[in-house]
Design a protein around this ligand. Sequence first.
Ligand SMILES: Nc1nc2[nH]cc(C(=O)O)c2c(=O)[nH]1
Ligand code: SF4
Ligand SMILES: [Mg+2]
Length: 237
Amino acid sequence: MNIRLYEIFTSVEGEGILYGTKTLFVRLSGCPFKCFYCDTKDALPMNSGNEYSITEAKNLIKKNLQKNTYKVNFTGGDPLAQSKALAELAKFVQNKKIPTYLESSCYDSKKFTDVLPYIDFIKIEFKTPDSGFVDLKHYSKLLENELECLRLAKKSKKTTYIKVVVSSKTQLKPFKKLLGQIFKIISKTDLAGFIIQPTYGISEPSLEQLFSFYDSVYPYYDQVRIVPQLHKFIGAP
Ligand SMILES: Nc1nc2[nH]cc(C(=O)O)c2c(=O)[nH]1
Ligand code: SF4
Ligand SMILES: [Mg+2]
């Protein structure tokens, strides 16, 4: 089995509940979507980056692992696009006693099942219909998969949190509908965080808009946070 990697680098975790931690990023090639705000467009084609055998990829991780690395973040693209190969790499990292982290829109619950045993921190990025991710007619299928992954993550009792990217185009009504569906499945105690992430440099939401999203999450989950991408502000990759 081979794997295509777009890049591998150490940086400061710039997103989510573990922002600020020294992290090794393993960016896998390929994603089936094309969100208008995507900041890794070059990694979206399945043939981007370079192909490695699993052994070569493990050696690359070994070579790039710096001391005091808090976790390894498997990102993309969407790392689920190569779920079987990802499982091999995540298992390898766990065996080194370093926590693994999945950064995914969780678009395929079967692929999610391949990697779940080897992931310690799960970030599920829920899409709103206005993210321009893919043809709208596929939205309900995406949502079904995301919700199923949320159920599986809950059952696994692993540290799980939700991220939703919001822009000036994000509509409040579908956002609220999404919240209803999410909190039908989980309760407050199942979640390690709910992050509202504003887009950066493109269709940025106003403070008023950000608070409208915050205010609609708050009744379900009072630990909701608005967290911009830290790395964009400190010039880190
Ligand atoms: N510093 C830094 N933190 C990140 N957290 C998630 C990232 C991603 O691209 O998925 C990312 C990234 O690209 N850089
Ligand atoms: S799902 Fe993520 S990687 Fe894929 S296009 Fe959207 S933002 Fe980019
Ligand atoms: Mg990024």
